[in-house]
Write a protein that binds this ligand. Sequence first.
Ligand SMILES: Cc1cc2nc3c(=O)[nH]c(=O)nc-3n(C[C@H](O)[C@H](O)[C@H](O)COP(=O)(O)OP(=O)(O)OC[C@H]3O[C@@H](n4cnc5c(N)ncnc54)[C@H](O)[C@@H]3O)c2cc1C
Length: 397
Amino acid sequence: MNLEFSPEEIAFREEVRAFIRENYPKELVGLGNREDLTREQFLAWHKILGKKGWSAPAWPKKYGGTGWTSTQRYIWSEENARVDALMPLPFGISMVGPVIYTFGNEEQKAKHLPGILAGDVWWAQGYSEPGAGSDLASLKTTAVRDGDHYVINGQKTWTTLAQHADWGFFLCRTDPSAKAQEGISFILVDMKTPGIEVRPIKLIDGTHEVNETWLTDVRVPVENLVGKENEGWTYAKFLLAHERSGIAGVARSKRGIERLRSIASQETLDGTPLIRTDDFARKISQLEIDLTALEFTELRTLASEAAGHGPGPESSILKIKGTEIQQRLTELTLEAVGNYGAPYARGMTPNGSNEFGVGPDYSNHVADAYFNMRKTSIYGGSNEIQRNIISKMILGL
Ligand SMILES: Cc1cc2nc3c(=O)[nH]c(=O)nc-3n(C[C@H](O)[C@H](O)[C@H](O)COP(=O)(O)OP(=O)(O)OC[C@H]3O[C@@H](n4cnc5c(N)ncnc54)[C@H](O)[C@@H]3O)c2cc1C
């Protein structure tokens, strides 16, 4: 593998760096990827990228993708991570968009893809249910045909940021008599349809990031079915592979390690900067080694995608290693700031509190990032389940 960037790639990097510098919304600088932003804040950069034609680099060009090579896409994510840019949410761009352009009909493509690209329409993922997470195929939400509508009843859970959603994609059981995986359909639902109730679930870091979504006699036109009835499991699995490959977050973890290095040069242990203590230096180095190994695995996956292979079971490797690194990174950062982290944790200070902190600015939000990142080994299919996939699909055990 040639690891040097070509002159064209270096010019491309300069171009995207300049674009980000000139266009990234000033009010978002320094906010990072937080769950308590407003809908407008979440969508601001997405809308700018939509206008430029850069919101969905991984999509085929004919559906609105950029036509960039895998190396250009890699450079793009690196440049965004460098400034901690708030990227388009995955639900439209990385999840339902690819399902619609791959399995949807022409009307569905024309109706939904432009809004996803432009950042005008917010999507939510209605897969999990109480009792149907890892064992997703046991889901119980039903969609019963009534003339030219489906009538949906059931409860979804952990629906991320559904409080802002315009549309949702839901897995529903359309044939209760079929084997678990065979009776499921993939249905697009307008979240304003009567009978949908989104109830907040508060997380360990104090944020309202996820919800319970209740569906009671929700009438959805039959034309919102994607692909064929009872074949939704195939589309659901295709979507999960796309979801997982984006989860690795290599560029962002690199930036996180730089930040950790900077903190560890300023924090001291018995007068010695943490970064010069054997124990802490070893932990950072090990993290960097593991991240570099993951980066090469991701580059190999990108190269194979560029050669026409979709993300397959290898995305489980990216998911496990990427999320373990994100968790270790936030643990080490919390270790570095020590007690300074605690007063800043969301949920530990009253809402609207404007008290001055006791520590340096860099300790701001370190604790809630630590708490929030516990989710990463659970969502997108838990890491234990990814190991099962690797053992079956890659190792053939
Ligand atoms: C922050 C967050 C956001 C999420 N967002 C969404 C969303 O937007 N939409 C959505 O549909 N879902 C979402 N999820 C749900 C997520 O996909 C599920 O939580 C996940 O699939 C695990 O399911 P579960 O929570 O029911 O746990 P369970 O399936 O009950 O698992 C419990 C534990 O048992 C282990 N386990 C289960 N089965 C096996 C097995 N066969 N072998 C080994 N270990 C096993 C699991 O690894 C886990 O540790 C989100 C979850 C979180 C935490």
